[in-house]
Design a protein around this ligand. Structure first.
Ligand code: PRP
Length: 209
């Protein structure tokens, strides 16, 4: 049985379709039931829907053999898994943003609001800057608007959230896209199924440029 952790949401649904095209169908997985696990004994596959930021936890712990997760989560949590393939989907970027017209004072500790504390720390340490991290779990854009932080480190996809809150990108830290990750032990003992999926995903990914 191949156990797959899918990130809830549109990206996960696309990823499911790619796994189905690889020969691991389980159509019930796409219904609007509140069930979280779907099994197709005949195809030898089970799918779990999990919070996108938790996919790497299931794969690292071996409850899932394979999963799909954003590069942001991999860089933030550094799970002990194999990162195998860039699906070139779910593209966005990790950015530093601030209120329009914000002027940095390089001599001062900069207050950074973010969900991605480790990414923010390593970015600012690479440019030799002292920071005060304000760790938040969502709606990060509020922090500079309320004057709680100078900048944010967050994901920008369309830029709409920044724009609608009077913020702008001041630096791009890195591009982000969805990655296939595999549990290290499963890669050995379920090699045949995993290679079959990866070969097909690689082929399907070619169209994503
Ligand atoms: C993400 C991110 C930004 C927004 C960017 O938030 O943290 O707030 O998407 O997208 P955009 O550039 O297309 O506007 P998410 O929807 O994951 O919610 P949360 O961080 O507020 O929980």
């Amino acid at each position: 049985m191949l156990n797959v952790a899918l990130p809830k949401g549109r990206l996960g649904e696309k990823v499911y379709s790619m796994f189905a095209s690889a020969g691991f169908e389980c159509p019930e997985a796409l219904g609007d039931s509140r069930k979280l696990i779907f099994v197709n004994e005949e195809k030898g596959v089970s799918y779990f829907w999990v919070k996108p930021s938790d996919v790497s936890v299931y794969v690292e712990r071996g409850s899932a053999d394979i999963g799909v997760v954003g590069k942001d989560i991999i860089d933030e949590y550094k799970p002990d898994v194999y990162e195998i393939l860039d699906l070139k989907m779910g593209k966005c970027r990790m950015c530093v943003a601030a209120r329009k017209g914000y002027r940095d004072n390089p001599g001062r500790t900069i207050r950074v609001a973010t969900k991605f504390s480790n990414i923010a720390r390593s970015y600012y340490s690479s440019i030799g800057r002292d920071i005060d991290i304000i760790h938040l779990n969502g709606s990060i854009e509020l922090a500079p608007v309320l004057g709680m932080s100078d900048v944010i480190v967050d994901i920008v996809e369309t830029g709409t959230t920044l724009k609608e809150n009077g913020l702008e990108v001041i630096e791009t830290i890195m591009p982000i896209s969805a990655r296939v990750i595999v549990n290290k032990a499963a890669f050995e003992f379920k090699k045949k199924d995993i290679i079959k999926v990866l070969d097909s995903l690689m082929e399907q990914t070619k169209e994503n440029g």
